[in-house]
Design a protein around this ligand. Structure first.
Ligand code: F6R
Length: 370
């Protein structure tokens, strides 16, 4: 039940912190090392993994894209992310050392299920990251790592997304641990940052909701939105664009901010709303300055800039029209917080337009047809 909220989407966004926390729970042993015995893949098989291919659709594929940045950095093996319906009809290069990771909230998405069969037929092991116990995708996989977001009822995926990133990060850190790709202390440090994320997400919900609903009121008549980010901010931009189009029926496009001058800047006109995901670690992350210069470029063409940025970021204070602040956190952790204001913004926009946020037109919660 909705437990006092006006919609399931409202309730589920407010469960983002708990979804991350519950997905971390019980996966560390007494020494603070990761223990993923529950997935029933032999440690030797994990050690042998030399490539990961993530297959998923929609929001789940964006969680996979976020994980690619982290896992390649931590484990130093290539990670590809592919839409399940594309993967299925190609002739992918798979070996017994390729780990295919199928990410799915419902565990029933037909395209993802068919893609995992395609991978298994060719001798690869498939690990499912899934939110639904006993669904078809985990049943047909070699192994499963459950996200413990709790049942997600609203059609638009919210808490499942942050739980999927968390689970994929645990998988990456576990691979780093068994392959000796990182020092034990480094892994513990990352796990520590992960443990701090639920409180940071909560801070966004508690302190930014007012700014977000005011922004939605100001923007409710906008015909289109662009969403831009780089590195892990890129999949967050794609997810923010998807949320807004699917529930508020506003035309949106998300893309990598570096692409601006390769075409999309032509769309920027007076008053065009552009949402930027500004990376944290100003001064240490070279991409921070690049994103800021993207903001300056669109501002010069009259865009209305909405930024998701670190609290007190002086460059953002100078150039953005509206800011959704995030607390300090490492770059790889930022997607877990940055998506939250975008989920709230999409919900507020849809409500202002009078739409049913839980049941957007033309969409189903699990897509069991191809
Ligand atoms: C977007 C959304 C969809 C799903 C996609 C995959 O809000 O809900 O894009 O993410 O249909 O669904 P699952 O994760 O159930 O495989």
């Amino acid at each position: 039940e909705k437990g006092g909220w006006d919609s399931f989407m409202d309730k589920e966004i407010h469960e983002d912190p708990a979804a991350v926390q519950r997905t971390l729970l019980g996966r560390l042993n007494r020494n603070g090392d990761l223990n993923l015995d529950e997935v029933h893949i032999d440690e030797h098989d994990f050690k042998a993994v030399d490539k990961i291919i993530v297959i998923a659709c929609g929001t789940a594929s964006y969680a996979g894209m976020v994980a690619k940045y982290a896992i390649e950095h931590w484990v130093r093996i290539p990670v590809e992310v592919e839409l399940a319906h594309e993967f299925r009809y190609r002739d992918p290069i798979l070996t017994p050392r390729t780990l295919v990771v199928a990410i799915s909230q419902s565990g029933e998405t037909m395209d993802t299920l068919m893609a995992l069969r395609h991978a298994r037929e060719q001798g690869s092991k498939v690990l499912a990251i899934c939110n639904t116990q006993g669904a078809s995708i985990p049943r047909e996989s070699d192994a499963v790592l459950y996200t413990h977001a709790g049942p997600e009822v609203a059609v638009a995926s919210t808490k499942a997304f942050v739980a999927q990133i968390t689970a994929a990060y645990l998988l990456g850190l576990y691979l780093a641990q068994v392959k000796g790709a990182m020092f034990r202390d480094e892994i513990h440090q990352v796990l520590d940052s992960l443990k701090h994320m639920p409180a940071k997400i909560q801070w966004v919900i508690d302190t930014q909701s007012g700014t977000i609903s005011d922004a939605a009121k100001r923007m409710v008549d906008a015909k289109s939105f662009l969403f831009l980010g780089r590195h892990v901010g890129y999949p967050v931009a794609l997810e923010g664009a998807l949320k807004l189009k699917e529930i508020a029926y506003t035309f949106t496009e998300g893309f990598a901010a570096g692409e601006l001058k390769h075409g999309p800047i032509a769309l920027v006109d007076d008053g065009e709303p552009v949402v930027f995901i500004v990376p944290p670690e100003r001064g240490r992350n070279v991409l921070h300055a690049k994103v800021i210069s993207g903001i300056e470029e669109v501002r010069a063409r009259g865009a209305f800039v909405i930024a998701v940025a670190e609290k007190g970021d002086p460059d953002v204070e100078r150039y953005a029209d509206v800011v959704f602040w995030r607390p300090q956190c490492p770059t790889l952790m930022s997607p877990l917080v940055d998506v939250v204001p975008l989920q709230l913004f999409a919900m507020d926009m849809a409500k202002l337009k009078g739409y049913d946020v839980d049941k957007p037109r033309n969409l189903a919660k699990s897509v069991t047809v191809e």
